[in-house]
Write a protein that binds this ligand. Sequence first.
Ligand code: 2HG
Ligand code: ZN
Length: 469
Amino acid sequence: MNDPRLSALLATVPGLRLKTGPADLEYYGRDWTRRWVPAPLAIALPADAGEVQAIVRWANRHRVAIAPSGGRTGLSGGAVAANGELVLSLERMNRVLAFDPIDRSLTVQPGIVLEAVHQAARGHGLLYPVDFAARGSCSIGGNIATNAGGIRVIRYGNTREWVAGLKVVTGAGELLDLNRGLVKNASGYDLRHLFIGSEGTLGIVVEATLRLTDPPPPSNVMLLALPSFEVLMQVFAVFRERLQLEAFEFFTDHALRHVLAHGGQAPFGESHPYYVVAEFAAGDDARQAAALAAFEHCLENGLVSDGVISQSDAQAAQLWRLREGITESLARHRPYKNDVSVRISAMPAFLAEAQSLLAREYPHFEVVWFGHIGDGNLHINVLKPDDVDEAGFVSQCAHVTDLLAATLQRHGGSISAEHGIGLVKKPWLDSARSAAEIEVMRGIRHVLDPLGIMNPGKLFDPPVPPGHA
Ligand code: 2HG
Ligand code: ZN
């Protein structure tokens, strides 16, 4: 603790928990992207909003950059601290503060893990519907900072739909109480929504009031085998028209093979090029019959070649594992990740173009496709061959991302659907946002974080680099 800035911090916030050991700097300095070498100044673990505010004010006085930190499960480098930042970890602020049965809301601290939010809602007979594979590690603060999506967006929307109130400490050190859980509030700009998806560049969420909804209907899960990519959107149209879909997720045989190599159970006797996991409401005989009829219609028309339907919760979980295990099963191959979106109606044309582009550009690399096809969101993971060096691989992938970004732009899409821009996709922000839009974002940032201390280098470069104001 020789750094005088840290001594000043401890003098300002007596009792603040600070970590500076090499193992902690390494652990808290990186996220799931694994591409940057962690080099934070220290790790601060505040106990409450007052301590967060005091830290931000200290950071302004000493021109220290802050990297807000939740579960660090992000895939765009948004929580990386590679440049002497103070990591502000919210992991100790992880409690449920209140439940209101009339408002049907849960007020929580930002460090609470998503799964604990699910459990708290369930404990009150309700549902917090945002859900994805990292549920056991990611925190609600990070979900809000990235407007996290996941596997149930098709039915419930993104995190944004579920945030009824936010308390935030801005980059200037002000505590703002935004929207206070109101359903209607026509009193000017809704600043809450600026913070949702801001990737830690405007301030820090210190409390969130989340909307809850009715418990999910009894559901079934079906795994479908598809003969070709071209039929994918047709199968989606049939299922969406005839069933109440809770999820509709797609993956390729490449993806499945990695999950199986990782301990998953083969669903069919033979392999098929493409698969879909569909979850749908199935509480009564009529719904069950509709699901089977949808499947048979697809089978008769050559849109699917095989299928299984879950007969128990355990079997449903097993089918889901084939989709949810993909990211983990690919991690060993240090994949270059793309997380792109287009409007659902633009999907068939975009898919055809993107497929031929990637086949042409990556003749010797394995490309794994999967994602939330019903939201127009695809994950494209390019696996690094063992004999190719990391720097060369990343630069080749960056070149292909230039081409992919141009394709997306032509189809009106986005270079980041749900993972955020962070460090990884920063070079391509201008393919998804116009120059005028980026200027407005810079202006907003300047108002809320005038010295540019909040997560600098992420999303876009701050107007004033820390230390130069
Ligand atoms: C998912 O949908 C996540 O499983 C991770 O968004 C995607 O690993 C990825 O590329
Ligand atoms: Zn995803």
